[in-house]
Design a protein around this ligand. Sequence first.
Ligand code: BES
Ligand code: ZN
Length: 903
Amino acid sequence: HYNISPSPKKRKAKRFWLNSSPNPSASSERPTLPNLSFPHTPPTPAVTMAAEQSAEHFRGQARLPGFAAPRRYDLRLTPDLAACTFAGSVSVSVDVAAPTRFLVVNAADLDVSPGDVHFAPKGSGQVLLPVEVTSALEDEILIIRFNEVLPLGEGTLVIAFQGTLNDKMKGFYRSVYELNGEKKNMAVTQFEPADARRCFPCWDEPSFKAVFKITLEVPCETVALSNMPVVEEKVNGPTKTVYFQESPIMSTYLVAVIVGMFDYVEAFTADGTVAPLPHYLPQVSLSLSPLGGSCWPHFPFAGTSVRVYTQVGKSAQGKFALEVAVKTLILFKEYFAVPYPLPKMDMIAIPDFASGAMENYGLVTYRETALLFDERHSAAANKQRVAVVVAHELAHQWFGNLVTMEWWTHLWLNEGFATWVSYLAADRFFPEWNVWIQFLEESTTGFRLDALAGSHPIEVDVNHVDEIDEIFDAISYRKGAAVIRMLQSYLGAEIFQKSLAAYIKRFAYSNAKTEDLWAALEEGSGEPVKTLMHSWTKQQGYPVVSVKLKDGKLELEQTQFLSSGSEGVGQWVVPITLCCCSYSVQQKFLFRGKQDDFNLSGLVECQKKDDFWIKLNVDQTGFYRVSYDEELASRLRHAVETNILSAADRYGVLDDTYALCMAGKQKLVTLLHLIAAYKNETEYTVLAHAINTSLSIYEMMAVAAPEELVNMKKFLIDFLEPFAQRVGWDAKSGEGHLNALLRGTLLSALAELGHQSTIDEAVRRFNVFLEDRETPLLPPDVRKAAYVALMQTVNKSNKSGYESLLKIYRETDLSQEKVRVLGSLASSPDPDVVREALNFLLSSEVRNQDCIFVLRGVTAAAHEVAWTWLKGKLGLHSRDLHWTPAHLFHHRHCLTACHGREG
Ligand code: BES
Ligand code: ZN
């Protein structure tokens, strides 16, 4: 019962290609896309006009016309790994819902000759050949014109095509790896957001969901993977034909194909063995099968096969991710109250990869650093990164893959939600990591971007394919995650989870919009979710709530926070929470106006106490800042000093004060005074934030007030030294994850500040490490710090430290180690050395995906040199580097984060 006619109400909206307007692109309304859930209505007169259109009507449009939609793709691909080309054919069952002489599909960078295209209406026995096939390059579409009007109903469109396995890390591309000392190519796909069209002609928009039946013709010795399990393999001489099972309906951006040489580890989610659990959130039990294995299909356990594919010989590095994946699939099955929809889950590390990871349905691809974990050479930070990325991508299997955004405007729903829920999973499995405190770094990064006048709302109009890449940014991911967290904490965990499960159930195998989620949450909670959330997703920016205590009343006022110090005009429905002297009683209300007074019960008694304090935005669950009057601020500082506030609140007081200070709303001395109040800080994330904040102030002073730099350096070293003495260089036996993170952060900061004894100790340990890579003197958690410290000693007349780091880079086969080296190469104080490091990033020894780490490692002292270098090179080399917006996304997304998440 497929039907693509719009509802009567929707039909009123202009559909651009049916519109008589001579300039359809002038219309501000976007076309209405097919909605599969509408009951069938016959085509209207307007729709019949489609048959009269000319090819020109399809150019310059935001979306494909809706008169024909794909139901099933039969896709066959034959990559030639040596020649870096591929041949393919696709046979698409199409539902023609309105009379048309045209079929319009996406295609880009593919060779299609008109003789390679035909259409066979079902049951007619006829094969229609097109009279014209136009490829509109800018629109990335093929316009296929037939002589006659196509009969309504089903037909099969067949297209044969050819393409190049490109080196741009998008579409169907090649990635280079080494096997037994020989360089080899693997073939990999990366289709999100809109590059499936670079592999095969298709309706490349998320709402055109269809079934995929994929067949690959590949060399016998290779492993061929796709979204679904293999059903049959036929060997024919040196090649084999691999037939994959048909998929459930899914969007094109989630299709994946990989061909190369790999090893794997495997485990099963032992479905049915998880005992019924008392609470709405499950305890997770884990059952791992013996690792390793031979060929699909085999099912020693009931449950879903989960595999981690790695380079040949490195499968042991996949064990950690495998364990996390199995647990996560079980957790999400409970949390979303729907089983994982596919029969298998493969996860694979790809040596050349534009982003961090990609949630292809049933075949998730990762950068090596985001999937592999080496017991001896990976750091605690690497481990956490793997856990969070795996949880994020697996969350998409439900939120994104099963229920898909209707259009890219709702991308944030995918990414914001997956980001938020990945913390929920990490917190469940690794409670000692305190990831919800670490989550505040996500908010901080969102806050930073969203305080610029040039920010954008969470929900944005997307009218051209080029605009999609831009929104994979801190607004969609981090502000998105933060506003979801704000809502969850306002509604309560249980109501939130139940409403979410209802939403997943309602829109499974279909598409949804932001409003659909709000509707489910509003139904489940009885709260005005839509009104509340519109103010956060439809306008950019966020408020700062100013609080004054006057005559026993609290005066609140909200204004839009901008880092420039000016005031924006935005206004929000702010879920205010507040505590007064203790966490045992919390007040909670929606603050809708510009200003208001609040009478607080208990305030008068509380105010009499010596250690009186008031904290708004309790535990920092809201996406807003708070500015306190002088009295309240100094009370809070005291509460920080005496460790009365929660860790999240200690983080928040510092973060808000820092932001207000940078916007010129508070004095620097107030901020420094506050930082000193953290001298006994015990929580890793809070201390790390104090350190990062201090380093930013230091970097800014280097430019704005160099004469103060010596004093500032002394202040910071005095602050950090006692911590460093406590933590030391060597891991204490049995110490926790957060201690390991702290050691790295502290020593890196001291190294960056040029702290001599840290540098001396680093060099001593490094020299031992250089001789013996297994020495316990330089564990992975402190290596980056040691490399940065070492680079402080390098100058153009003594480059041995730099050369030694290159030696480590060249000799290691662990990507995380390579990234650590790259991240430190540019931190020498000598401009010549920095230039040399920058030139190295352009060499063939550095994969394009990794260039960013060298740039990110440039310290304040070399900003000027690096900027001059970049300006000089960018014009020339941006082409050679093949930097695509996807890479730039990675810059925007990660560069702005405080200290590398990969390294
Ligand atoms: N869907 C994205 C991958 C993606 C990013 C595709 C940009 C196309 C353009 C994936 O789910 C993702 O968000 N990856 C993140 C890692 C995540 C843990 C934040 C990434 O690549 O950084
Ligand atoms: Zn994602």
